[in-house]
Design a protein around this ligand. Structure first.
Ligand code: GDG
Length: 447
């Protein structure tokens, strides 16, 4: 068996880490005596170019520190002020700065230098996500010939948006150095091949084999799943006292998103506003619980979305609230996973309405957490990768508040037969295509 070496931006460092990727990689890493490499989260002045090994997991873990300059240019800069907006179709938010691109290249080169002394000839290397796209190219430059795979957790942009990057051709050259390029959805594979055809060089001799920038590689869709069994267990165990108590007479809709402009939270709030405006009988009968822990707060676009969302929630509450009822409850901090599972289960409607999203795990978690005898209804954006496999949800256009308000009304009034029918099909998919299935599928193909 080949040892698996996984590399991601952040290394999960606590001894009992939960979270999808950890669950996904845990078995493959433990069974192969594997190694997981990632950033420690620590910034120091002039960090040594060596990996620090950590005990406490069923596989080896090794971290590296970054200087403030590297972190700012690689992570806040190129990764989250260029690639994240571009890959989510927001070319208007891209901040191009040559310092960012230098830092982005430099960090992959540093990681490659730190990795090489620890690699074995027949290791399989699996690199995760947009922060590390140049890593295979950097490893190849140092003579690494192992099979190297890449998985992109976020969408791949269409040719016009891809052309807004400062270095589209280089992006495809970096990608060409992988042996398998995994995407979340067929939509991404299409965007990738169309963008490569327009902006670089690609031939497609057949099946999933491609020649990209003169190197043979493969690309395909590998939709990520969740730890379905774990989530179902958490939701069943959710204690009464973890649930919201003030809700006995009203229906509850829930949204759970990192506070990010790609998640469509203001659009969701506006649709809710429209629902209340057009249905006065829903006064005191329905509320929206939005959990939105902040991320990347030093990037300006994230400060803007926070302000916009808070302002909008305040305005809508001011417009409709009564002494007994606040229509939107907006929680701007993370809440523990077991509480989240209980709230999903309690919510009559799950609102997953991103403007662009690689997959969206919340859609799958909401389905897994439901009581099969009395399940809630999932409202899902057509722009989430999840929409390709979850068509029994109410699929909406998140740019259209009328469409979303209609879906909210339909969900609130849906008969229990229809809810059960839709939920059972969705649940089957979430359970069968869970995160272990995803990792297994990908690694078989890479191997
Ligand atoms: C990227 C891609 C792709 C959120 N708030 C709390 C909390 N969460 C958890 C959710 C879920 C996760 O965070 C968010 O996952 P998503 O998939 O929705 O979105 P991204 O963070 O943007 O992830 C995405 C994913 O990678 C995997 O490939 O699906 O498209 O953008 O698990 O439950 N968890 C807790 N408290 C919170 O307040 N405990």
């Amino acid at each position: 068996m080949h040892r698996l070496v996984a590399v991601s931006n952040r290394l999960p460092l606590c001894d009992n880490p939960s979270g999808g990727l950890v669950v996904a990689l845990q078995d493959a890493l433990s069974n192969s005596g594997g190694l997981w490499i990632g950033f420690s989260g620590e910034q120091s002045e002039d960090p040594a170019e060596t990996l620090t090994f950590h005990d406490g997991a069923r596989f080896q873990r090794a971290s590296f520190d970054l200087s403030e300059e590297d972190f700012d240019s690689y992570y806040l800069g190129y990764s989250n002020s260029v690639l994240w907006p571009a890959f989510h179709g927001r070319a208007d938010l891209i901040e191009i700065d040559p310092v960012f691109l230098d830092g982005y290249r430099r960090v992959s080169e540093k990681i490659a230098r730190m990795m090489v002394p620890h690699l074995k000839e027949d290791d399989r290397i699996w690199i995760q996500d947009y922060q590390l796209i140049p890593l295979a190219a950097a490893l190849r430059k140092l003579g690494v010939t192992n099979r190297i795979g890449f998985f992109l957790h976020i969408p791949f942009p269409d040719p016009a948006t891809c052309a807004a990057l400062p270095n589209p051709k280089e992006m495809f050259e970096w990608l060409s150095q992988y042996d398998l390029i995994g995407f979340q959805a067929q939509r991404d594979v299409r965007n990738f091949t169309e963008s490569a055809a327009q902006l670089a060089e690609i031939e497609m001799p057949g099946d999933d084999v491609i020649r990209l920038c003169q190197r043979e590689t493969r690309a395909g869709a590998f939709p990520i799943g969740i730890d379905a069994a774990g989530f179902m267990g958490d939701a069943r165990k959710a204690r009464e006292e973890d649930r919201m108590r003030s809700l006995t007479n009203s229906k509850m809709m829930i949204g759970v998103d990192r506070l990010d402009y790609s998640k469509g939270i203001p659009q969701r709030f506006r649709a809710f506003q429209l629902l209340l405006e057009n249905n006065p009988d829903l006064t005191e009968k329905v509320m929206l619980l939005q959990i939105a822990p902040p991320t990347r707060e030093s990037v300006e676009a994230y400060q803007d979305i926070r302000e916009e969302t808070e302002h909008l929630a305040g305005r809508i509450n001011g417009q409709f609230a009564t002494v007994n009822w606040t229509p939107i409850r907006f929680i701007h901090r993370p809440i523990p996973r077991h509480e989240l599972a209980g709230l999903y289960r309690q919510a009559n409607v799950g609102l997953v309405t991103p403007l662009a999203d690689g997959m969206n795990l919340v859609a799958k978690e909401y389905v897994a957490a439901q009581d099969v005898a009395n399940p809630g209804v999932l409202i899902l954006s057509r722009f989430a990768g999840a929409a390709e496999t979850m068509d029994e949800a109410l699929i909406v256009n998140p740019h259209d508040p009328w469409d979303m308000a209609d879906a909210m009304k339909r969900a609130i009034n849906m008969t229990s037969n229809e809810r059960r029918r839709r939920h059972s099909a969705l649940l089957q998919n979430v359970v069968e295509s869970d995160v272990a299935w995803w990792a297994d599928n990908y690694l078989k193909k890479l191997g």
